[in-house]
Design a protein around this ligand. Structure first.
Ligand code: NAI
Length: 480
């Protein structure tokens, strides 16, 4: 029986390994983590992450050929294939701070593998890493090898949170990068055989190591770039009276462009897009390509612009101040169907409103009060560094309340903003919400999920991103 061990039981390691275990009953899969809390949760009925369909997959294999454990060294030493799926956040200090990937977790995982291994291993990079990380990992392993043969493969993960299980069941492609040596090619074939249990062969792409590493950064940069492109258009639409939904529909009909990922919004979030682009920017700068670096940097700048534009629009519409006003925030996760808040645009929007002394009442169906308070008290780039938690900021307790439904959040509020596209927000009883709000009552739809014309009939003043503005909003221009 082939044994697989995955280091890192997070958003990627957990679902990916659960699907491998489900699709390959002949393979024993152990997912290990240094976080006792995470492993305890994976072994309970309350999994540590919310992901549609995940519970079902885990229930089918846990205890059979899927195991979650904190016995990291034991499982690593027994495995034939070791996936490394630890976090790779942006460095917060030192050389490359604010841009380069922090590979501390990766390096310590590699050193531990070298320490405990007694047989040959295939080590698979699952984390998104800067180009040529495999080379560094290879050096750590071979310099500490005690005669053991290590083959390093890059197998970046393309799943999207919220649809992870479907993405893993039916991937657009699986990418495996390896060395162009007989041993390297043999390792590629071994990993390919695992995926071939359920992925059609023509969807499994094999490349060299660096191409695989760079492809992941490039894919995320292209995806984020589409969002920033449509968001930039949304600002122009508002200024000129065009409707961004109509524009993106017309643009997306071009088969060379395609319709996906063209929704205007308050901005992209998630743990990957920003960090991976920053990484790309850093790599470009290190390779003497400042023009290429600044091209990609602009994708992040437009994203920041979109968030601050949204806050400015809210404040200017509400008589240029939200000081002391109750604002309902519907949705805090970075997208629907996940409880993940890493880099969510809601953090910047909430901080912007708090900076103007608003009182926030926040509701998200999947994010806990503790998580929201923690996010709002952290500095940028600290989200993925749980050990560097910042102390609570002074507005933490008084200015922010986290409630358990949208009606409670909006009661007596002056305005409400929608920051996550949860389906339940489309079908809220907006008449009831309107009756319980201060007047004039404002809706700021950061995801274009509500029917603005219906809300206007009820009496709301509505701002929808990239759509023609109400007369009210035209009279109160936002300064970006
Ligand atoms: P995560 O933070 O949810 O999980 C990482 C886990 O690794 C944590 O539970 C942590 O305790 C554990 N860990 C860290 N060092 C360890 C060590 N030395 N030994 C054992 N466990 C250790 O991160 P996530 O979201 O799963 O991301 C992992 C990687 O996958 C990142 O490089 C990310 O960029 C990439 N990725 C993430 C995607 C996503 O949607 N979240 C999608 C595709 C790639």
């Amino acid at each position: 029986m082939v044994k697989i061990c995955c280091i890192g039981a997070g958003y990627v390691g957990g679902p990916t390994m659960a699907v491998i275990a489900l699709k390959c009953p002949s393979i024993e899969v152990a997912v290990v983590d240094i976080s006792v809390a995470r492993i305890t949760a994976w072994n309970s009925d309350e999994l540590p992450i919310y992901e549609p369909g995940l519970d079902d997959v885990v229930k089918q294999c846990r205890g059979k050929n899927l195991f979650f454990s904190t016995e990291v060294e034991k499982h690593v030493s027994e495995a034939d294939i070791i996936f490394v799926s630890v976090n790779t956040p942006t460095k917060t200090r030192g050389l490359g701070a604010g841009k380069a990937a922090d590979l501390t977790y990766w390096e310590s995982a590699a050193r531990m593998i070298a320490d405990v291994s007694k047989s040959d291993k295939i080590v698979v990079e699952k984390s998104t890493v800067p180009v040529k990380t495999a080379e560094a990992i290879e050096k750590i392993l071979t310099h500490n090898s005690k005669g053991i043969n290590y083959q390093i493969l890059s197998n970046p993960e393309f799943l999207a949170e919220g649809t992870a299980i479907q993405d893993l069941f039916h991937p657009d492609r699986v990418l495996i990068g390896g060395r162009d040596t007989p041993e390297g090619q043999k390792a590629i074939q071994t990993l390919k055989k695992v995926y071939a249990h359920w992925v059609p062969e023509d969807r499994i792409i094999c490349t060299n190591l660096w191409s695989a590493e760079l492809s992941k950064l490039a894919a995320n940069a292209f995806l984020a770039q589409r969002i920033s492109s449509v968001n930039a258009m949304s600002a122009l639409c508002e200024a000129t009276g065009a409707d961004v939904t109509q524009v993106s529909n017309a643009v997306g009909k071009d088969s060379r462009i395609g319709p996906k990922f063209l929704n205007a919004s308050v901005g992209f979030g998630g743990s990957c897009f920003q960090k991976d682009i920053l990484n790309l920017v850093y790599i470009c700068e290190c390779n003497g390509l400042p023009e290429v670096a600044s091209y990609w940097k602009q994708v992040i700048k437009v994203n920041d612009y979109q968030k601050s534009r949204f806050v400015n629009r809210m404040v200017s519409s509400m008589f240029n101040t939200v000081s002391g006003k109750k604002i309902a925030v519907l949705g805090f996760a970075f997208k629907k169907d996940t409880g993940d808040t890493r880099e969510t645009p809601a953090i910047d929007v909430c901080k912007g409103l708090l900076g103007d002394s608003a009182h926030l009442s926040i509701y998200d169906p999947q994010v806990t009060q503790e998580q929201i308070q923690r996010d709002l008290s952290m500095e940028k780039f600290d989200w993925d560094h749980p050990t560097h938690l910042q102390p609570m900021s002074p507005y933490g307790v008084k200015q922010v309340s986290v409630v358990s439904d949208a009606h409670e959040a909006t009661k007596d509020a002056h305005g409400l903003c929608i920051l996550t596209e949860w389906d339940e927000f489309k079908t809220l009883d907006f008449k009831r919400i309107y009756d319980n709000m201060q007047k004039p009552a404002f809706v700021f739809d950061g995801r274009n999920v509500v029917d603005a014309s219906k809300l206007r009939e009820i009496g709301f003043i509505v701002y929808s991103i990239g759509k023609p503005l109400d007369a009210w909003l035209k009279d109160m221009p936002a300064v970006a």
